[in-house]
Write a protein that binds this ligand. Structure first.
Ligand code: SF4
Length: 389
């Protein structure tokens, strides 16, 4: 499908008067975390506002950051970057300086170059960022880019991404810095939150690599610096996170997103996610695209309550968790699983079916062993009713 036709089709999906919601790193990272969900891939690729769609479907999203957490995060980030990024550069050199090339002296407090990245619009800011990266690499000096703007082509249109910071080393090495407000206790933080931050940072790494490809001597690091409050205090602590795996997964997902036209083409004629349409019509449109609900969606997608209700209604095993879904192989509903366990359906040669039957037999045996004998049950019932023999 030509790019213009695809853009027109995606505009029809959003609704004629609805501006596309720009994709950000969080959305791209969430896509990478649930690669099987065609529904999210299509809605994000078309720029549909999923929070508005969830509300129109009658399942408003409980997803998002509270205003308090948002303000706390901003205050922490400002503290980390204060005084021209002195503390941030100290942490970065302390954690990542060992890999610096020859002649790469530690940054001197107050002497880090912090270029002005202001420009009109996201395209202008992305161009200004690319120029600042090129100049910093050529100058061979420690440079801190505070909230640079990076562009990444997704499904035929640019997504604009804004990392917390990018540091350029004198040896031409570029590092992504992520500043988060969740605590790092005894040098370790919540694994799920670190994983989400790593997926987000991997998106920035991919976008930076596209800029670096056009800059002589530039190298993008696949290790990112994660800065968090230390032990519930307001002091910063940092650790290095290797995002190579997340980068590969995200890159595959982005390649898949470029085939969004196939997802759009498979929809019935006239399908739209325009939130001004009746809820029943919207529900039918959403159901027309295959989803892959898992409990992890609750922390990552605005449509989670809607998809959870639908998954539960059909007894989808995915609603029990990805690991359970993986264990059950080709059995996709709870009804199929129970039938396989009871021996009324399923191929006994299938190892999953055999394991379920064995588990059901063990359960029956255990229940029989634990059940009271007839005399014990009668005595128990009489005791409960206050009857004396
Ligand atoms: S909540 Fe629904 S649309 Fe969102 S990722 Fe999960 S299954 Fe996909």
């Amino acid at each position: 499908m030509p790019a213009t036709a695809l853009r027109q089709r995606l505009a029809e999906l959003r609704g004629p008067s609805v501006a596309p919601l720009p994709l950000d790193a969080r959305a791209l990272a969430a896509l990478a975390a649930n690669p099987g969900c065609k529904r999210r891939a299509l809605l994000d690729g078309a720029g549909v506002n999923k929070a508005a769609l969830a509300t129109a479907l009658g399942s408003p999203s409980g997803f998002g950051q509270s205003q308090f957490a948002f303000m706390r995060g901003n205050a922490f980030e400002a503290r980390v970057k204060a005084d021209g990024g002195t503390e941030l550069m100290r942490l970065l050199y302390e954690r990542m300086g060992a890999g610096a090339g020859p002649g790469c002296e530690p940054p001197v407090a107050g002497e880090t170059h912090v270029p002005d990245l202001a420009a009109a619009g996201p395209e202008g800011r992305a161009a200004r960022t690319a120029l600042a990266l090129r100049e910093a690499t050529a100058a061979g000096m420690w440079t801190l880019l505070d909230h640079p703007m990076l562009a990444l082509e997704v499904a035929g249109s640019p997504a604009y991404l804004e990392p917390d910071a990018v540091v350029v080393r004198p040896d031409g090495h570029w590092s992504v810095v992520e500043i988060k407000s969740f605590p790092m206790i005894d040098e370790s933080a919540d694994a799920a939150k670190v994983g989400a931050a790593a997926r987000q940072a991997a998106v920035y790494v991919l976008a930076l690599e596209r800029v670096a490809a056009k800059v002589a001597g530039a190298r993008v690091g696949h290790a990112v610096l994660l800065v968090c409050p230390k032990d519930f205090s307001n002091l910063p602590a940092a650790s290095v996170v290797d995002v190579r795996k997340q980068r590969s997964v995200t890159r595959r997902q982005l390649e898949r997103l470029t085939r969004i036209e196939d997802l759009a083409a498979a929809l019935p004629e006239g399908t739209t996610f325009d939130v001004d349409r009746p809820a029943e019509e919207l529900a039918a449109a959403v159901e027309a695209v295959e989803a892959a609900y898992a409990p992890e969606c609750l922390a990552a997608c605005e449509l989670a309550f809607h998809c959870r209700a639908k998954a539960r209604a059909v007894g989808a095993v995915g609603a029990l968790g990805r690991s359970v879904r993986g264990e059950l192989g080709g059995l996709t509903t709870i009804g199929e699983v129970l039938a396989a366990a009871e021996g009324t359906a399923g191929d006994p040669a299938d190892p999953t079916v055999a394991a379920l039957r064995r588990a059901a037999a063990l359960r029956t045996e255990a229940l029989r062993a634990a059940a009271p004998t007839g005399a014990e049950a009668l005595a128990g019932a009489r005791a409960g009713a206050g009857v004396r023999c």
